[in-house]
Design a protein around this ligand. Structure first.
Ligand SMILES: [Ca+2]
Length: 164
């Protein structure tokens, strides 16, 4: 092997491990607080992880009762912040509702808070719309963070967000 290739491989292994170690332990331990148990996810929004099993519409209703909407995600940074709200090290992920739903009228996924749907973090092979029945998006599917389209009648935990 050419020495430069060996160094490149070593660097890759070292740095992937560093990222994984940070992800598994430290980086998620410092949420920026807002108030009353809400955490900052971007410059003008705070979010709250609700560990209550609800259908998509049940989760929507719960968020509305808190003056919020199911969370929308637009950047990798927001994605990471939402993931960290739900993250428990060395534990299999719980799937959670985020605020995206398929619009039959438009033929695409939209955020229910009306913001632009441009960023995605799909699990490999998703969205696959099994039996034409999967119109809501859950995250933490199989792997931390990853998105899956699924039946809106499923029960999941969820994350609400509001401007604060
Ligand atoms: Ca699916």
């Amino acid at each position: 092997m050419h020495p430069a290739v060996g160094v490149a491989v070593l660097l890759l292994v070292c740095c992937l491990d560093t990222v994984r170690a940070g992800y598994e332990s430290g980086i998620c331990d410092r949420p920026q607080p807002c108030e009353n148990g809400w955490s900052r996810i971007d410059t003008d929004r705070c979010a709250k992880y609700i560990k209550d099993l609800q259908t998509f519409s049940g989760a929507e209703d719960h968020c509305h009762s808190l003056g919020s909407e199911l969370v929308s995600i637009h950047t990798a940074k927001e994605m990471f912040n939402v993931l960290c709200l739900t993250f428990i090290p060395f534990t299999p992920p719980d799937t959670i509702w985020i605020g995206a739903k398929f619009s039959r009228k438009q033929g695409l996924f939209t955020w229910i808070d009306g913001s632009e749907f441009s960023y995605t973090f799909w699990h490999e092979g998703e969205p696959n719309n099994v039996n034409g029945m999967e119109e809501c998006i859950e995250m933490n599917f199989g792997r931390w963070g990853k998105w899956n389209d699924t039946k809106c009648s499923k029960n999941n935990y969820f994350v609400c967000a509001k401007k604060m």
